[in-house]
Write a protein that binds this ligand. Structure first.
Ligand code: ACO
Ligand code: ZN
Length: 223
């Protein structure tokens, strides 16, 4: 009986087996031509988008044993802005965001975490805000696993609280998660967003957090 179970499991793995690409992080079924094509497209786009050759004038705002953080500002050279655009496109695609126009494009600050392999493996986009609404509790209403919108329907307070800095995007490359890259990006942001002061966690707000984003934000703000 045991061996029969084992057989079924093996057969299942061969047929449905999902692979994760070690370069682009996409999970796909190698035996499915449609999936494979999608992977090839994503793979090229991803590697092109996150490649970081190094810039003559780069603003390194933090350095670590496994990489560095580069800050890009709205009036930087076009090659830097283009890179930010490419990364944001990948991030938005992964998060399922439609094109979002920043509220004050002239005040957006983008922090890129560059790995030792010269890849952009983390990205944080921040903008000044005046107020935010606290996330109150777990999502209400029936759990509907099929749509992303439902996952994001956290209940928010309707009492605005003063805030200074809104994090409109935070993203870490799938295979580099849980290595404190997001934490280091937010630490650097708090240090760098306003000249001469270190923002408290009450002064920063995460816009429209995903489940991952909410878990990270909760943990980050309590420690
Ligand atoms: N589940 C549970 N706890 C988590 C998770 C998670 N998925 N992610 C982070 N945490 C908590 C942990 O306590 C972690 O510390 P630990 O690893 O010592 O336990 C702590 O947060 C710090 O985590 P980091 O390692 O700094 O976070 P990471 O670099 O993995 O990045 C992020 C977190 C950005 C949310 C990443 O998972 C990601 O890119 N997800 C997909 C994109 C996304 O959903 N982004 C948020 C969108 S919301 C917005 O942009 C405003
Ligand atoms: Zn790939």
């Amino acid at each position: 009986k045991e061996s029969k179970d084992q057989l079924i499991i093996d057969a299942g793995q061969k047929h449905f087996g999902a692979t994760m690409c070690k370069s682009c992080g996409m999970i796909y079924t190698a035996s499915n031509p449609e999936d494979e094509l999608q992977h090839v497209q994503h793979h090229h786009r991803f590697l092109e988008g996150v490649k970081y050759a190094g810039w003559k004038k780069e603003r390194v705002v933090a350095e670590f044993w496994d990489g560095k953080i580069v800050l890009v500002l709205p009036h930087d050279p076009s090659y830097a802005l283009k890179k930010v655009e490419d990364v944001q496109e990948l991030v938005d695609c992964e998060l399922g965001f439609q094109q979002v126009i920043p509220r004050c494009p002239n005040k957006t600050k983008t922090f890129l975490f560059i790995s030792d392999e010269k890849r952009v493996v983390g990205c944080l986009i921040a903008e000044p805000i005046k107020q935010a609404f606290r996330v109150l509790s777990e999502p209400t209403g029936p759990e509907s696993p099929s749509t992303k919108e439902c996952h994001r329907a956290w209940q928010c307070s309707n009492v605005p609280e003063p805030a200074v800095c809104g994090i409109s995007r935070i993203w870490v490359f799938r295979l580099k998660r849980r290595k404190r890259i997001a934490r280091r990006l937010v630490d650097t942001l708090r240090n760098r967003f306003m000249f001469g002061c270190f923002l408290s966690t009450n002064e920063i707000a995460f816009s429209d957090p995903t489940p991952d984003g909410k878990l990270f934000a909760t943990k980050y703000c309590n420690t």
